[in-house]
Design a binder for this molecule. Structure first.
Ligand code: HEM
Length: 318
């Protein structure tokens, strides 16, 4: 589902969603907005208020899920006690998972209904597959420059934004989304660096610390995107997980799932929002990059900024 080819096919859907977000930002020009919520694209299955309500509910469920995931769980450290579920982490996790499944079921049911209606309409128009055609036609476009007369959208645009790529890489170095990656567990007892790891041990890899290791990085705590542009062999500092000093998407068999979508969406959303708007701090506010450590890294204080349109042509978001 997340292969390059499939992601190309769904490109039009992602672009449509992004345009909706941009329109939303335009409607809030001059007022402080929480950037975290912006990258949260909703899917466009539902309309208006219903979508807003469900989007808010999904966000709440997701943040509860992340907070449960981040809780140190006594059951992990003393598996013999796991059946007691002392802190109720498992109980809460089941509750949130059911809640999310309920939301997904609802959206899928709505989508099915829409598809049935569309199918009837399409049959009437003998134009079944229009969306797919639109996607293919979009993809044939060979824009080369971004300029001030287009919204950033093509892969070719994004590929040219080398500095932005470096900024994203440097951000993921200092603030990796999953600082301890996902836990590993050896199927056989083994020895690593002189330490015995018994079979079945839950092992956390501290990617956050590796990304700041002075043995790998010059001035490791300094935010300096140029380091990625200066690298002699760029493949050494890509997202492949082959270089263990830089593993923002993980490494080995557990990585990759969301790599292409994550990288593309992050670049696309950022490029569009930076191209169309200047972003200012609300008066008196201070920029900080402090983080809350958890299984998923979050900012301690959400980033709230004020959008100011950069381009005169507001029709770009139409
Ligand atoms: C900037 C975006 C993203 C970053 C930085 C990121 C990072 C990560 C990391 C570090 C891991 C752990 C890998 C490991 O332990 O080796 C992971 C796992 C995973 N990610 Fe992402 N991810 C991103 C976006 C996505 C997206 C968009 C999806 C799905 C649509 C996704 C789905 C997954 C899944 C399913 C796993 C678990 C794989 C497993 O259990 O083996 N990720 N991600």
């Amino acid at each position: 589902m997340l292969s390059n080819e499939n992601l190309d096919v769904f490109y039009a859907l992602r672009r449509k969603e992004l345009k909706r977000s941009v329109r939303d930002v335009y409607s809030k020009v001059g007022t402080p907005i929480n950037v975290g919520g912006l990258a949260f694209l909703t899917g466009g299955t539902l309309d208006g208020e219903k979508e807003k309500r469900l989007g808010a509910e999904f966000r709440t469920a997701l943040s509860q899920l992340i907070s449960q995931l981040g809780k140190p769980n006594i059951s992990d450290f003393f598996p013999a006690l796991a059946w007691l579920d002392v802190q109720g982490v498992e109980r809460n996790m089941k509750k949130v998972s059911n809640w999310m499944e309920h939301i997904f079921d609802f959206v899928i049911a709505q989508k099915r209904k829409l598809c049935e209606v569309d199918h009837v309409r399409a049959k009437e128009k003998k134009y079944w597959g229009k969306d797919f055609m639109e996607v293919l036609m979009d993809y044939k476009d060979h824009d080369t420059g971004v300029g001030n007369h287009h919204m950033v959208q093509r892969k070719s645009h994004l590929n040219k934004l080398t500095y932005l790529h470096a900024v994203v890489k440097e951000t993921l170095r200092l603030h990796p989304v999953a600082p301890l990656l996902l836990p590993r567990s050896p199927t056989k007892s083994c020895t690593v660096g002189g330490y015995t790891i018994p079979k079945g041990t839950k092992v956390f890899l501290n990617a956050w610390a590796m990304h700041r290791g002075p043995q790998f990085w010059a001035n490791p705590t300094e935010f300096r995107p140029e380091r990625f542009l200066e690298a002699h062999d760029e493949s050494k500092l890509d997202y492949s997980g082959n270089n263990l000093s830089y593993i923002p998407f993980g490494a080995g068999r557990r990585m990759r799932a969301g790599l292409v979508l994550g990288e593309r969406m992050l670049m696309h959303v950022l490029a569009v929002l930076l191209h169309l708007f200047e972003w200012e701090l609300p008066s008196g506010a201070r920029l900080d990059s402090e983080e809350k450590l958890g299984i998923v890294l979050e900012k301690s204080t959400p980033l709230v900024v004020v959008p100011v349109p950069r381009l005169s042509n507001l029709d770009l978001c139409e």
